[in-house]
Ligand binder design. Structure first.
Ligand SMILES: [Zn+2]
Length: 287
């Protein structure tokens, strides 16, 4: 199942800046939350470029530009999501063969495959797994700074601990809560929170740019009208008629809506991004 629809050109990749000249390692992340993690691990020792980095655009519309390819040509380490979320990366990497480049595929770390929910960064296991995979690659490529990478990895994992504790506490409180979504962006976190996610066929169809079956649309609308769900998650990076219709119905029925993005907003960390999402869920479920 390919997570793609329509096509649009995104010229998002920032090429390595002059400030990067002193960095021993170049990392290219296909998605910017993974680039954030590389920065948190490497600090000034790594020059990180993220290809998908604009929360105002839909990543499913992505089409690579020449600047993206040039960035990959100098990369020591590349991080891709996998699970068919960024299938364009395989072609770009093949077109820029570079000896000694290490490619880390997050879906492989989690044992996910095409057809599974590809929004892997909302799985609480994803970033710890990436940290465990990326740290030894950094130390192998830059052994002189091993202790710094290991220190940063420990700090990163420590910073995730309260978020994981919060997820457990929310799960205990909210388990079984019925929710729905226009797309499966937040699905892995919803599962971690113990939510019963409804209308999943509808979500897959929207994600893949196909029309949900009329019966699926009717079931979704019925869930909203009957107030059978406590939250409707929607993809804030997408504007389409179906999303607009469902937002209107949810508003009319008094169902809380929570907008989520699949690109990390500028100026906040992955940790803050997750906490903001959990804040929005708590707010939606607090009468
Ligand atoms: Zn998506």
């Amino acid at each position: 199942m390919q997570c793609s629809r329509r096509t649009l050109l995104i010229t998002a990749l920032s090429l390595p800046s002059l400030a990067c000249a002193a960095s021993p390692l170049h990392v290219v992340a296909a998605e910017n939350m993974y680039g954030d993690i590389a920065t948190q691990l490497g600090g000034p020792l790594v020059c990180v470029s993220s290809i998908l980095n604009n929360p105002n655009q839909d990543p499913h519309l992505f089409s690579a530009t020449p600047s993206v390819a040039r960035g990959l040509a100098v990369a020591d380490i590349v991080i891709v999501n996998g699970a068919d979320y960024d299938p364009w990366m395989a072609g770009l990497l093949a077109a820029q063969p570079t000896p000694n480049r290490v490619v880390i595929t997050v879906s492989d770390l989690l044992g996910r495959k095409p057809g599974d929910n590809p929004h892997l960064w909302y799985d609480p296991a994803a970033i710890p797994a990436l940290t465990q995979a990326l740290t030894p690659v950094l130390t192998a490529k830059d052994p002189a700074n091993t202790s710094l990478y290991q220190h940063n990895a420990a700090r990163l994992l420590t910073s995730l601990a309260p978020i994981h504790a919060r997820i457990s506490a929310m799960r205990a409180k909210y388990i079984g809560t019925k929710v729905t979504a226009t797309e499966p962006v937040f699905g892995l976190m919803a599962a971690a929170l113990g939510f019963e996610m409804r209308n999943q066929n509808f979500q897959r169809a929207v994600m893949n740019g196909t029309e949900p079956a009329p019966s699926e649309v009717a079931a979704f609308e019925s869930d909203l009208r009957r107030n059978a769900v406590k939250i409707m998650f929607y993809n804030a990076q997408v504007t389409d008629d179906l999303t607009t219709t469902m937002l209107g119905l949810a508003h009319h029925a008094g169902v809380a809506v929570v907008g989520v993005t699949e690109t990390e907003p500028a100026g906040i960390s992955y940790q803050n991004w997750l906490n903001n999402g959990l804040d929005a869920v708590d707010k939606a479920l607090t009468p």
